[in-house]
Ligand binder design. Structure first.
Ligand code: CAA
Length: 257
């Protein structure tokens, strides 16, 4: 496996386990860490020996946000033209991604967890979107995904006051699917990953896609959904007939199957 600077990647029984590792800044996400994360995720996605992926951090921090130091000097023009905090590539991962959250999941760290397909949390987990205290706002999907995951009221509260949510509240509110003692987090996430990786991959991938379709409602999702339906039409006899007829310069005879 390629060596990464800010994360570790290992494969455990068909599960790709990614551990962010930038401990000196509580896994604050700079461009390099995000590039490595996307590269590791893509690698797991492309590997037929992997059926599910876990993203975790340290005991103290899943990730304490985007790297504030790296952003502090940006002006509007640099932020806009550099398209900073464009983490959309993570959405293109097609295998299930589990966030295993211990400690701080703040700002971009919370947003990263929200981008994952399910979140398993240690009792120590703390979720928050404290960007307002920095004079900015969430920029990696927080204002869009948090209200969908919890509620408008809680999302407003967290984004406007920077109040954090602990693991229990996050589970109750629907952000987290399971809460476990800190010492069990790794095994619990791995168990979920192994269970998913033991199922049929196409079925798992389509379930992920379908649930995301229900959860998201943007043009992007509509287009992707359309493309999948388009692909499934290549399973019909009528597609073969229609294209053959075109090539043979005749009218097609469709049989509705
Ligand atoms: N960026 C850069 N460095 C960070 C960081 C971040 N997001 N979070 C923590 N660090 C660094 C600290 O600067 C500190 O470095 P030094 O030792 O060199 O001083 C180190 O990590 C340890 O942090 P603390 O000493 O502050 O640790 P603590 O236990 O006292 O507090 C904390 C922990 C509450 C998480 C606190 O560090 C904190 O509030 N961090 C910032 C959280 C935040 O605002 N996140 C949002 C970032 S903006 C964003 O994410 C935009 C977006 O939408 C994508």
């Amino acid at each position: 496996m390629t060596a990464y600077r800010y994360l570790r990647l290992e494969v455990v029984e068909r599960v790709g386990v990614i551990q962010m590792n930038r401990p000196q800044v509580l896994n604050a996400i700079n461009d390099e860490l995000m590039q490595e994360l996307v590269s590791a995720l893509r690698r797991c996605d492309a590997d037929p020996e992997i059926g599910a992926i876990i993203i975790g951090g340290s005991e103290k921090a899943f990730a304490a946000g985007a790297d504030i130091g790296a952003m502090a000097q940006y002006g509007f023009v640099e932020a806009f033209t550099g398209n900073i905090i464009d983490w959309q590539a993570i959405r293109e991962i097609r295998k299930p991604v589990i966030a295993a959250v211990s400690g701080y999941a703040l700002g971009g760290g919370c947003e990263l967890a929200l981008m994952c397909d399910l979140v398993v949390a240690s009792e120590t987990a703390q979720f928050g979107l404290p960007e307002v205290t920095l004079g900015i706002m969430p920029g990696a999907g927080g204002t869009q995904r948090l209200p969908r995951a919890v509620s408008k009221a809680k999302a407003m509260d967290m984004c406007l006051t920077a109040r954090r949510m602990d693991a229990r509240e996050a589970e109750h509110a629907g952000l987290v699917s399971r809460v476990v003692p800190p010492e069990d987090l790794h095994d619990a996430a791995l168990e979920i990953g192994k269970t998913i990786a033991g199922k049929s991959l196409p079925s798992v991938m389509m379930i992920k896609e379908a649930i995301n379709q229900a959860y998201e409602s943007s043009l992007n999702d509509g287009l992707r959904f359309e493309r999948r339906l388009f692909h499934s039409l290549f399973a019909t006899e009528d597609q073969k007939e229609g294209m053959r007829a075109f090539e043979e310069r005749r009218l097609p005879v469709f049989r509705n199957r």
